[in-house]
Write a protein that binds this ligand. Structure first.
Ligand code: PLP
Length: 410
């Protein structure tokens, strides 16, 4: 076992990362990073990997229309790639709608998935042709029935986010009993109805969808009990499909099998041959692994010369694109120029990894047991893998005078 795998027993916590061999998903990325002399920090994304992920997810979920969650990475080359694959798009704002339309997406391929929308933006979206809207509260439903009268409105149901490394907490979705009341209200108003949920981002449990699909079927059953039965138009199983970080994740096929089995188990007894339109909203899964974020070491220091732990300061931090290190939730795989030497026995030591800004919150990993080569020094380039999602747009516009994260698409 290479030295960097070895950790004292006391440090083998549940959070202890298994720093595995860090190969990139494509030779094109390797070649780009080997040859480029670009100033750091930057992200480079291989759009062919995005296309491969799209195809793999569509194979795993053949019954679903895939709506790419644009917020994960809205860059044009990614949209172009996904448009070429026949993707649909989940948008959260008028800005994302206009961005997609400008890229050539037609409005019938958009879903306005944010449950919190300005009335003027709903109106504008409707006038642009958008006909799929999320809601999770009565005033939002009022807004939709007043401004988007012939739309399909889907009610987002709360999920606990258990099993997810980036749970979406209680901000979105309502209690299933409230969803039942709201769906009947929507049906009373002649709207087409659906149910949606999100099991939490970076979801490691393939069975996390089952309880939510069961809830959706319970709501569907309630709507079938009306004097004039109403069927769900849409069941939206959300996102949550994982990227590859420190922890191993099940293969995408296992997610697909679990979701298909849940849909059959809960809906077939109710609907027979009728299947509502199944929608999935992948963000992270499609783009995370396609990207690499290159940083440079600014300083390696110890707070006392006898301290075992070194502080490694790099030129990208929480405000420069690595915001998902918040509470050390997302633990990226990291590569250094010394990894080959480490494979051959060169020593590593525990580190705290921090960003360059003058905000004390700008520490990436302190509790998580990261080890880096003892030889690591100023000027070394350090690569964060699987950084194609939730990095470029999480970068501040210039906090502390640091430029926003540069990004390249190959
Ligand atoms: C962010 C988001 C997604 C994407 O989630 P991932 O975990 O990145 O797949 C999907 N749907 C909605 C409504 C979202 O807000």
């Amino acid at each position: 076992m290479p030295a960097k795998h070895a950790a004292p027993a006391s440090a083998v916590l549940e959070t202890s990362p298994a720093q595995g061999a860090s190969t990139l998903p494509s030779a094109k990325l390797e070649a780009f990073l080997a040859d480029c002399q670009l100033p750091t920090p930057f992200v480079v994304v291989d759009t062919e990997v995005v296309a491969q992920r799209y195809d793999a997810l569509q194979d795993a979920l053949p019954m679903a229309d895939l709506f790419y969650a644009v917020k994960a990475n809205p860059a044009r080359p990614i949209l172009d790639t996904l448009i070429g694959r026949g993707s649909f798009f989940d948008v959260a704002s008028l800005g994302e709608i206009e961005h997609c339309l400008a890229a050539g997406v037609t409005s019938d391929r958009l879903s306005f998935g944010n449950t919190i929308k300005k009335r003027a933006h709903v109106e504008r979206a409707y006038n642009l042709g958008v006909r799929l809207f999320a809601f999770d509260a009565e005033p939002e439903l009022d807004k939709l029935s007043q401004t988007a009268p012939d739309a399909t409105v889907f009610c987002r149901v709360l999920c606990d986010g258990k099993g997810a490394e980036w749970p979406l907490s209680r901000k979105f979705g309502c209690d299933p009993d409230e969803a039942e009341r709201l769906l009947h209200l929507a049906a009373d108003r002649g709207l087409r109805v659906g149910v949606s949920f999100h099991v939490g981002s970076q979801q490691g449990n393939v069975d996390a969808w089952d309880a939510a699909i069961e809830t959706a079927a319970r709501l569907a059953r309630s709507l079938m009990g009306r004097t004039e039965p109403v069927r769900l138009d849409v069941v939206n199983v959300g996102g949550g499909f994982p990227g590859i970080y420190q922890r191993e994740m099940p293969s995408i096929d296992l997610y697909g099998e679990a979701i298909a089995a849940s849909l059959a188990r809960h809906f077939t007894p109710l609907y027979g041959d009728y299947l509502p339109r199944i929608i999935a909203e992948p963000g992270r899964y499609l783009v995370a692994d396609a990207g690499v974020l290159r940083t440079e070491v600014i300083l390696v220091s110890r707070k006392h010369e006898l301290d075992e732990k070194r502080w490694v300061y790099i030129d990208c931090g929480k405000f420069g694109g690595l915001a998902e290190t918040m509470e050390e939730a997302i633990r990226y795989k990291i590569r250094t120029p010394h990894d080959e030497a480490v494979e051959n026995g060169a020593p590593v030591g525990a580190v705290i990894i921090a960003g360059p800004s003058c905000d004390s919150a700008d520490v990436l990993y302190e509790k998580t047991d990261y080890r880096m080569p003892i030889a690591l020094a100023e000027g070394d380039q350090v690569d964060f893998l699987s950084t194609g999602a939730y990095t470029t747009t999480y970068s501040s516009v210039g906090f502390n005078g640091f430029a926003p994260l540069a990004d390249y698409y190959i």
